[in-house]
Design a protein around this ligand. Structure first.
Ligand code: S3P
Length: 424
């Protein structure tokens, strides 16, 4: 599906973004391990989260209701499915499910689409094997498909060499059912939804800076409302600060401090962003107001990176319309996302007339004050398709997006909402 986005004269209105993807995966998985029936409200209904849901259903978890209100009943014993388990495009499904499956009785096979089959899995299979897990996979467990034969696990002390919430979560989910104590340490703190939710559900989990410790625990069921996804909100936040005539209010957006790095970066660049936070347990959320702002360039590096990892490509657009130079570095991880997001961002934005140069670990953008427009392609990556749409609204001539249907991976009604706030 190709989509043509026309420039907007005005951006205005209230936006309700879809529920958080990371939290939806996690509450589905954790409530399947709880002792009793959980109630989950406002889950994200998208391709990626459906992959996790479908896999859990095949393992005999019972779900009643729909994604607006779902009751989850863990089975007395997880079943060995007759067929391989499809993770689609979803890295979170593949990596968290590995941690989930390793201690279960049975043989399990995980596979994914072309993009997911290229992504690194050794970062998860290696620590899980150290815990005793039996795992076989392509390139010695570096890539999907992966086969797991459930076995008893023992705790480990593990230092990750990349900041990754998926890796950390896989180890913690396995550690929850392993003998002894498991610790994980990251070079920089990544999103902490797993830590917050597991603690909230009664797990024996302690945090000390970048280090997390977990021991074998029983989880209590939960009743939980999933807030809106800050990563989905970030597309509109970008449009709201950059458009010359705009004011937007985004409601019920998750404002966990390990996810708000992009807002901090934009504020540092001069953006007018206002947040009203409701300190809710286990996840804070609130309202964000953004309006036309004058931005200046900055350097984004180090601990900025994991807190804004999924939003970094948007800095290509921000940099084009900010004054001076905007530099993103230390962001090599972008190369192993749903697409190589350094390449897919730089190639697309250059074609739209942006002065942007690729670096091995990021990119450098010169603020020229304009985006001309033209044609871009999604590379099958939902966030790149949405980035192109935002560029289109801010451009002089509009943008045609090739293969835009992938937005359904995280944000099925993205184009409707975008058109709803665009005038002229
Ligand atoms: C996610 C963690 C991040 C992020 C991804 C979702 C999660 O990936 O990019 O979209 O839900 O844990 P990494 O763990 O690879 O950094």
């Amino acid at each position: 599906m190709d989509v043509k986005i026309s420039p907007a004269k005005k951006i205005h209105g209230d936006v309700e973004v879809p529920p958080d993807k990371s939290i939806t995966h996690r509450v589905l998985i954790f409530s399947s391990l709880a002792e009793g029936r959980s109630v989950l409200r406002n889950l994200l209904d998208s391709d990626d989260t459906l992959r996790t849901f479908n896999i859990l259903e095949k393992l005999a978890v019972r779900f009643d209701g729909d994604f607006s209100r779902l009751e989850v009943e863990p089975p007395p014993k997880f079943l060995e499915p007759e067929i391989p388990l499809f993770c689609g495009n979803s890295g979170t499904t593949a990596r968290l499910m590995m941690g989930f499956l390793v201690p279960l009785d049975g043989l399990f096979i995980l596979y994914g689409d072309e993009s997911l089959s290229r992504r690194p899995m050794g970062r998860v299979t290696k620590p899980l094997r150290m815990m005793g897990a039996k795992i076989w996979g392509r390139e010695n467990g570096e890539r999907l498909p992966i086969a797991i034969k459930g076995t008893e696990l023992c705790g480990i002390d593990y230092k990750q060499n990349v900041a990754s919430a998926q890796v950390k979560s896989a180890i913690l989910i396995a550690g929850l059912r392993a003998e002894g104590r498991t610790t994980v340490e990251e070079p920089f703190k990544s999103r902490d939804h797993t830590e917050r939710l597991l603690k909230y559900m009664g797990a024996d989990l302690k945090e000390d800076g970048r280090k997390v410790e977990i021991s074998k625990s029983v989880l209590d069921p939960i009743d939980m409302y999933v807030p809106g996804d800050i990563s989905s909100a970030s597309f509109f936040i970008t449009l709201g600060v950059l458009h010359k005539n705009s004011k937007l209010v985004l409601k019920n957006v998750g404002l966990n401090p390990t996810r708000t790095g992009y807002l901090e970066i934009l504020k540092r660049m001069g953006a007018k962003i206002d947040m009203e936070i409701v300190e809710a347990e286990p996840e804070p959320y609130g309202r964000i107001t953004v309006e036309t702002s004058k931005l200046h360039g900055t350097i984004i590096s180090g601990s900025d990176i994991p807190k804004a990892i999924d939003e970094l490509p948007l800095l290509g657009i921000i940099g084009a319309l900010a004054e001076g130079e905007t530099i993103v570095k230390d962001a090599k991880e972008l190369r192993v996302k749903e697409s190589d997001r350094i390449k897919s961002t730089v190639e697309n934005l250059r074609k739209l007339g942006v002065d942007i140069v690729e670096r091995s670990d990021g990119f450098v953008v010169k603020g020229t004050g304009k985006i001309v427009g033209g044609e871009g392609k999604s590379y099958g990556d939902h966030r790149i398709a949405m980035l192109l749409a935002i560029a289109g609204k801010l451009s002089m001539e509009g943008v045609r997006i090739k293969d835009a249907e992938c937005v359904k991976i995280s944000f099925p009604n993205f184009f409707e909402i975008l058109e709803g706030i665009s005038m002229g």
